[in-house]
Design a protein around this ligand. Structure first.
Ligand code: ADP
Ligand code: MG
Length: 187
């Protein structure tokens, strides 16, 4: 299957999931994240404000802040790059060009200084390859990170194989409602 085919098929399946099921699966994923050694060790964590079709992150955003970790969210730039912006209790949000809630703040962190990146995606394979929306924002950002990148997905987003391109940055682990997939170990 081509990358484009995988994108459209998985997105169709993902959009058909009911709201209650989305909430339940996202909660299971959140429970697994907070038990990960990578999370327990991390002080500065990048997460994302989810689109309706993505794994929901309200629970994990709350857990990061409650545990006094530093929370960062991506802010997309017109030049195709992405910044990690600090979010505190006082941060204001406004929708960006994709309709995603985006923090209004100048406090950015160089990607090199993050301890953990929790990454959305359209599809993943069990080797850690990731397909996004096809804009490469996370690839460019993660190329600069030194921390583990962990993909968050519903089980229905896993496919047999994604042909990685040179710019693609693989995930160390993928967390679904059913399992924690250790991608580095399966290579
Ligand atoms: P996604 O990861 O969102 O599914 P792709 O991996 O298909 O998207 O990347 C989309 C495009 O983004 C690529 O064809 C490439 O032009 C650009 N791109 C991605 N990563 C980089 C990078 N590290 N440097 C330059 N261009 C990149
Ligand atoms: Mg990519």
């Amino acid at each position: 299957m081509t990358r484009e085919c995988i994108r459209s098929e998985v997105r169709k399946k993902r959009q058909a999931v009911s709201g209650i099921h989305v909430a339940e699966m996202s909660l299971r994923i959140c429970e697994k994240i907070v038990a990960l050694p990578e999370y327990l060790k991390a002080k500065r964590v990048l997460c994302y404000a989810a689109l309706p079709e993505e794994v929901q992150t309200r629970g994990i955003l709350w857990a990061i802040q409650r545990s006094r970790r530093e929370l960062y969210l991506p802010v997309w730039q017109r030049d195709g790059s992405m910044k990690a912006v600090r979010v505190t209790e006082d941060t204001e949000f406004k929708p960006d060009q994709f309709g995603i809630d985006t923090p209004v703040s100048d406090e950015t962190l160089p990607p090199e200084q993050l301890d953990l990146a929790l990454v959305p995606g359209v599809a993943f394979d069990r080797a850690g390859n990731r397909l996004g929306f096809g804009k490469g924002y996370f690839d460019r950002f993660l190329a600069r990170c030194r921390c583990p990148a962990i993909g968050l997905a519903y089980e229905l987003q896993l496919v047999d194989a994604i042909e990685a391109q040179p710019q693609d940055v693989p995930m160390q682990k993928i967390i679904t409602e059913r399992a924690v997939y250790n991608c580095a170990a399966s290579e």
